[in-house]
Design a binder for this molecule. Structure first.
Ligand SMILES: *[C@@H]1O[C@H](CO)[C@@H](O)[C@H](O)[C@H]1NC(C)=O
Ligand SMILES: *[C@@H]1O[C@H](CO)[C@@H](O)[C@H](O)[C@H]1NC(C)=O
Ligand SMILES: *[C@@H]1O[C@H](CO)[C@@H](O)[C@H](O)[C@H]1NC(C)=O
Ligand SMILES: *[C@@H]1O[C@H](CO)[C@@H](O)[C@H](O)[C@H]1NC(C)=O
Ligand SMILES: *[C@@H]1O[C@H](CO)[C@@H](O)[C@H](O)[C@H]1NC(C)=O
Ligand SMILES: *[C@@H]1O[C@H](CO)[C@@H](O)[C@H](O)[C@H]1NC(C)=O
Length: 415
């Protein structure tokens, strides 16, 4: 499967605006798709026009250029897990992709590719390309159940889109894009006897009105599932949100101006609006967030949310530290403090004024329970390759509890 990350960030190759794409390997049944036959309609911010193009692949140097060709291969059985376990692979982590990991996912998403404004695709780095080749190799030996999306010159069985900085004025264009892909996939479904998957990522709701850029009802007509960006509620950012430290994805708690900054609040919004809980997956961050120069509690008695001293207006720390990096930095990750209200784990070291929040078995178990109780579709992981060397978080997540026994399909929230 591949994810399309459409953003307005600078293109690192040419210095022009670029549409970023995440090529994703989903772990579905594999089948043929001539991607070169798909025309994407993308809104061009620079000209204000919708343009159509066939994706082509181009290296950074722009020398070699060829159309994506996708081939068919064996279809696999549907996943044995009753919930979605969607694993993204990031571009930066050096931990290798293993068959063992892939066997625990229902979809693997490969996030290493960017789209240029002219519609050409490229791997962000040489390492990304190597990882892609490795993932492709590994999925060949996964015997099952897994849906793997191959992209460039390979098979895939779906597409995952993330329009990172969509505005309300983009709503119509985004729906056009989804509708167009769905139409083409439906034709291909028929032709290839295969169900192609479309998924998208939607932002946390009721924070800055990001959710208003999407037409939820229409979106649900075209997509198979939605990954809700229900994380990064706190982080050592270089902006005004960086002055409060807390868990990336707290299930419940919220304080002061951040009353809505939790998974539950966002999921309630989407489920109550759509009445389709099992279309939505919650995020499970496989990274730790580290803050330095952390001072007092947010309020007396609230230990898990803390104030951060800024330097030149910026928080210092590490927003996306892998679990391996955490261990190498000698954090005692198995000795975390538990916050009952947030359902989150953290380590606060007063001597050095450093603070670390992260998921562990206990918080993951709480999230699994939450997914089941609220009849949600499942989870999505950012990212599988940030786990520790034993895949402890992935193992905790893909427990029998999550995968056995599907829960109901009706909203449970009091809407
Ligand atoms: C992938 O497999 C091919 C042949 O099976 C092999 O030549 C190649 O080295 C492998 N690449 C990686 C990155 O594992
Ligand atoms: C597609 O499959 C055919 C036959 O199985 C093979 O000859 C061809 O090389 C494949 N193309 C790609 C791009 O993998
Ligand atoms: C810590 O934060 C304070 C503001 O609360 C700031 O004055 C100081 O420079 C920071 N120290 C470091 C080492 O960043
Ligand atoms: C575990 O954490 C507690 C509270 O943060 C601390 O007092 C204790 O020393 C830690 N134990 C180890 C073995 O690090
Ligand atoms: C991984 O497993 C090995 C063997 O069981 C163990 O020694 C090691 O401490 C584990 N590492 C982590 C990070 O849990
Ligand atoms: C299935 O899940 C429901 C709700 O989560 C639970 O009440 C029920 O006991 C479970 N059944 C089995 C057989 O695990």
């Amino acid at each position: 499967m591949f994810t399309v990350l459409i953003s307005r960030q600078e293109d690192f190759c040419s210095g022009q605006d670029a549409i970023s794409i995440f090529l994703i390997l989903s772990i579905c049944a594999l089948l043929a798709l001539g991607l070169s036959s798909i025309i994407f309609h993308i809104f061009d911010f620079s000209t204000g026009k919708l343009t159509s193009f066939s994706p082509t692949f181009e290296g950074c140097k722009g020398v070699r250029r060829h159309h994506l060709r996708l081939n068919s291969s064996n279809s696999a059985k549907p996943s044995s897990c009753k919930k979605n376990v969607i694993g993204y692979y990031s571009e930066t982590e050096s931990i290798d992709i293993t068959v063992n990991q892939l066997e625990k996912l229902t979809h693997a998403i490969f996030a290493y590719v960017e789209m240029n404004w002219d519609g050409s695709l490229r791997f962000k780095t040489e390492m990304a390309k190597q990882k892609f080749v490795s993932l492709k190799n590994k999925t060949k030996s996964v015997n099952s159940n897994l849906k793997v999306m191959f992209s460039i010159e390979h098979e895939y069985d779906g597409i995952d889109l993330y329009w990172k900085y969509a505005h309300e004025t983009d709503k119509f264009n985004y729906i056009n894009l989804l509708s167009d892909i769905r139409t083409r996939f439906n034709a291909l479904n028929h032709e290839n006897q295969h169900q192609y998957v479309i998924s998208i990522t939607l932002p946390a709701a009721r924070i800055e009105g990001w959710e208003l850029a999407y037409d939820l009802d229409q979106t649900l007509e075209y997509v198979d599932f939605i990954n809700v960006y229900s994380m990064d509620f706190y982080g050592p950012w270089e902006n005004r949100y960086g002055d409060t430290a807390g868990p990336s994805a707290p299930l419940f708690c919220g304080y002061g101006g951040r009353r809505n900054f939790n998974v539950d609040h966002t999921m309630q919004y989407y489920v109550c609006k759509s009445k389709k809980p099992n279309k939505f997956n919650i995020a499970v961050p496989f990274f730790a967030m580290l803050w330095r120069n952390v001072t007092g509690q947010f309020r007396p008695g609230i230990d898990v949310i803390r104030w951060v001293g800024l330097k030149d207006g910026k928080a210092e720390g590490n927003a996306y530290m892998s679990m391996v990096a955490g261990e190498q930095a000698r954090w005692k990750l198995d000795n975390a403090t538990w916050d009952e209200k947030c359902q989150s784990s953290y380590i606060w070291v007063p001597e050095t004024r450093t603070y670390l929040t992260f998921e562990n078995k206990r918080s993951i178990s709480a999230k699994v329970k939450y997914v089941k109780e609220n009849h949600l579709g499942g989870v999505w992981i950012w990212s599988v390759d940030m786990d520790d060397e034993n895949n402890s978080l992935l193992n905790a997540l893909s427990s029998n509890e999550l995968c056995s026994n599907s829960s109901g399909s009706r909203p449970v929230y009091k809407c």
